[in-house]
Design a protein around this ligand. Structure first.
Ligand SMILES: [Zn+2]
Length: 359
């Protein structure tokens, strides 16, 4: 069952409020993002007035539309993109990379913020079923796709470990890339742990909720990851402008459409100049049309030897089955682990949402 857009927005506020009460966040005051999507201006009138009711009806109509999964990508188009990447490195032996997938309890409705499902499915997508008879599907959205033998193999020389709420000390010490898809319960000890991890050359990949800092944007998080958090969000169509000249975007079209959630603007603002933006969407910074500006949706940040890859999308399960989303995220993971960004490209289409994909 799909949630309506109004349900989704309300759920976001409620869940963030709940999460705030249980996280060990920085001391900046809570600042839950203003709802400002679809170009509908924020209501100036009191709840219950006619303009407010009309606007609410508009939101509901838009909601029904927003909750539909987008159509699958054309398979031939995706294959043409993949064909532009250089062949995987043939170094023998291939360097083993250790990836930790970090998740937490699900905190939104159906098809939203499904961290446990993502962790379960991507553990097999990346690392394979590791010799067991386990038949875990690789897709998050819709009925389980038949996990063909190819899909259960994982990527060559990739070892996957999982963590719940926060990686163990041993995981921080041994990982090449930690991929976080959940709100991150930052505290002083954890700032220091991540700083040490990045200083030794670790890779950190932040997906959706992990880029939204609780209880509010943080200078400390910005110093470590390039983006300290956000203050606004909306659910709906996302039109990305892609930095096609960057190696991580090799082959991708200059514009890509998604149906997901965006966060913006990077806060505190002064840190935003330090990130390298791979993809952006135009978002409203106020109630007038002239206050629309590109906002980072995928970005890179390097400090010392550490590499951080940020990804705002990931609200809905179907986004993880989108081969272009997968390609960007997989390249971000490989890049953060100091590997060829194309090393995991072959996973982009396994059980993905593309017309004609054979699972
Ligand atoms: Zn979300």
């Amino acid at each position: 069952m799909f949630h309506t857009r109004r349900d989704t927005a309300t759920d976001c506020r409620r869940r963030r409020k709940e999460a705030k009460s249980r996280c060990f966040g920085p001391t900046t005051p809570p600042h839950v993002g203003a709802y400002s999507g679809y170009g509908i201006p924020k209501l100036a009138s009191r709840p219950g007035t006619l303009p407010a009711l009309v606007a609410s009806l508009l939101l509901l109509v838009a909601a029904a539309h927003a909750a539909e999964a987008p159509p699958p990508r054309p398979l031939d188009e995706v294959r043409a993109v993949l064909a532009q990447a250089p062949a995987p490195p043939d170094t023998d032996p291939l360097r083993e990379i250790r990836i930790v997938l970090l998740a937490d309890a699900k905190d939104h409705g159906a098809e939203e913020h499904d961290y446990p499902l993502w962790q379960q499915r991507w553990r097999v997508l990346l690392g394979g079923s590791q010799g067991s008879d386990e038949r875990t599907p690789l897709n998050l959205y819709g009925p389980p796709a038949d996990p063909a033998l190819d899909g259960r193999r994982g990527a060559p020389r990739v070892r996957v470990d999982t963590a719940w709420q926060w990686p163990s000390r041993q995981q921080w010490e041994s990982a090449d890339a930690v991929v976080a898809f959940c709100y991150l319960p930052w505290n002083e000890a954890r700032f220091q742990e991540v700083a040490a991890y990045l200083a030794r050359g670790g890779g950190l990949v932040l997906v959706h909720s992990a880029t939204w800092t609780m209880p509010g944007p943080s200078e400390r998080v910005a110093a470590l990851t390039g983006v300290g958090g956000f203050t606004s969000y909306r659910h709906g169509p996302v039109e990305l402008q892609i930095a096609t000249d960057h190696p991580l975007c090799l082959g991708l079209p200059p514009r890509l459409s998604f149906l997901d959630e965006t966060y913006w603007p990077p806060t505190p603002a002064e840190h935003a100049a330090r990130i390298q933006v791979l993809a952006s969407s135009r978002e409203s910074l106020g109630s007038t049309p002239d206050r629309v500006a590109p906002q980072p949706v995928f970005w890179l940040f390097e400090q010392d030897r550490g590499r951080v890859f940020g990804c705002v999308l990931g609200h809905y399960t179907w986004t993880f089955d989108d081969p272009y989303f997968r390609l960007l995220l997989l390249r971000g993971i490989a890049w953060s682990a100091r590997e060829s960004p194309y090393r995991l490209d072959a996973l982009a289409l396994r059980s993905a949402r593309a017309n004609g994909v054979k699972h």
